[in-house]
Each structure stands twice: as structure tokens, then as C-alpha cells.
Design a protein around this ligand. Structure first.
Ligand code: ADP
Ligand code: MG
Length: 173
């Protein structure tokens, strides 16, 4: 597998967890666009949003997507990466896009169990669960549009990795 693999989906769907394990299984590199942003700017997401607004964050996110795109790489993307048409098109044209799909209730329970991983500022200032339901409803169509393959991400990580490997093999056959 030399084409980059992009993992898309809402915060908490397991892009980082599954991405690391998938990269290991494939003998690929792993990069996370959020992590790349933090190390390349030396700012947190909250800092970028405070200084440059969400618009500035989205612009930097698109640049990060292009910077990390390379053969033999599994790329975990930020939850809002699919918002821009240009990002969806870029991913579809440059690699294989996998949507890790999980319902809002599961995303919420994962993020509540590990609140330190949900540190980015809420978009609405309302409780996290309400926000997840709303954000997922707004973005679901975009995740589907971006994706070449949709994988059920409610299972344990190892099973999700197997499912992704299966769709990649089928696509290649
Ligand atoms: P993302 O990168 O998509 O935001 P993460 O990989 O950081 O998601 O996972 C968010 C949280 O959910 C982490 O605490 C992680 O351990 C947990 N998690 C991820 N995938 C699963 C899974 N398939 N089943 C149970 N918990 C999971
Ligand atoms: Mg992540």
C-alpha cells in the first residue's frame, strides 16, 4: 500500500488509536494532522483559535493536510477536515479515504471517559454531548462524501484495523 490512507470521522471515533495500529500492521508511517499542527506551530488548538479564529485554524489545517501527505503514510485527520470541499477533494484524489463511523452516544461516552483528550474548545459553548449530536448531524454527509469506504468504528480497535485491511485488500484485488 503506497497510496496515503486518510482516516476521517468525528472526534472520538478512533482515528488516532486505529491509525497507529493500522500503520503498524501495514509497516507504514503514521501522522496525525492535529499533532502535526501543534508541533509545527508550537501552539495548542485553543491558542490558534483564540489568536486567529476558527477560520485561521481551518486554513492551517488544510496546509497541514497537504504537508503530511506522502506515500506509505496513514493520516489521521482532524474531525473538521472534511468541512472544506477542497480538503475532501484533495484526500479523494491523493489517497484512500476511510470514514470511521460511530454514533454520537458512543463518541460522547469515549470522550467523557477521557476528558483530557477532548480539550479543544467547544464550538457552541454547550455541554459536550449535545454538541457531539449536533456536530455529527451536520458533518455525517461530508464524512460520507469524502470517504471511499465506511467502516463500523463501534467495535474494539483491533477489529476495526482488520476491517480496514479487508476493504483495502478488496479495493486492490
Ligand atoms: P480520534 O483521534 O478520532 O479523536 P482517539 O483515537 O483519540 O479518537 O480515541 C478517543 C478515545 O476513545 C480514546 O480514549 C481512545 O482510547 C478511545 N477509543 C478509540 N477507539 C476506540 C474503540 N474502537 N473502542 C473503544 N474505545 C476507543
Ligand atoms: Mg485523534
Amino acid at each position: 500500500m503506497t497510496q496515503p490512507i486518510y482516516l476521517v470521522g468525528a472526534r472520538g471515533c478512533g482515528k488516532t488509536t486505529v491509525g497507529v495500529a493500522l500503520a503498524q500492521a501495514l509497516g507504514c508511517n503514521f501522522v496525525d494532522t492535529d499533532h502535526y499542527l501543534l508541533t509545527s506551530t508550537k501552539m495548542s488548538v485553543a491558542d490558534i483559535v483564540a489568536q486567529e479564529g476558527w477560520e485561521g485554524f481551518r486554513r492551517r489545517e488544510s496546509m497541514a493536510l497537504q504537508s503530511v501527505t506522502a506515500p506509505g503514510t496513514v493520516i489521521a485527520t482532524g474531525g473538521g477536515m472534511v468541512l472544506a470541499d477542497s480538503n475532501r477533494q484533495f484526500m479523494r484524489e491523493n489517497g484512500v479515504v476511510i470514514y470511521l463511523r460511530a454514533p454520537a452516544q458512543i463518541l460522547a461516552s469515549r470522550l467523557e471517559a477521557f476528558p483530557e483528550e477532548g480539550q479543544r474548545p467547544t464550538l457552541t459553548g454547550r455541554p459536550i454531548t449535545d454538541e457531539i449530536v449536533e456536530v455529527l448531524a451536520a458533518r455525517e454527509a461530508l464524512y460520507n462524501q469524502a470517504a471511499h469506504h465506511v467502516v463500523d468504528a463501534t467495535r474494539p480497535p483491533a477489529e476495526i484495523v482488520e476491517a480496514v485491511l479487508a476493504v483495502l485488500n478488496t479495493a486492490r484485488a
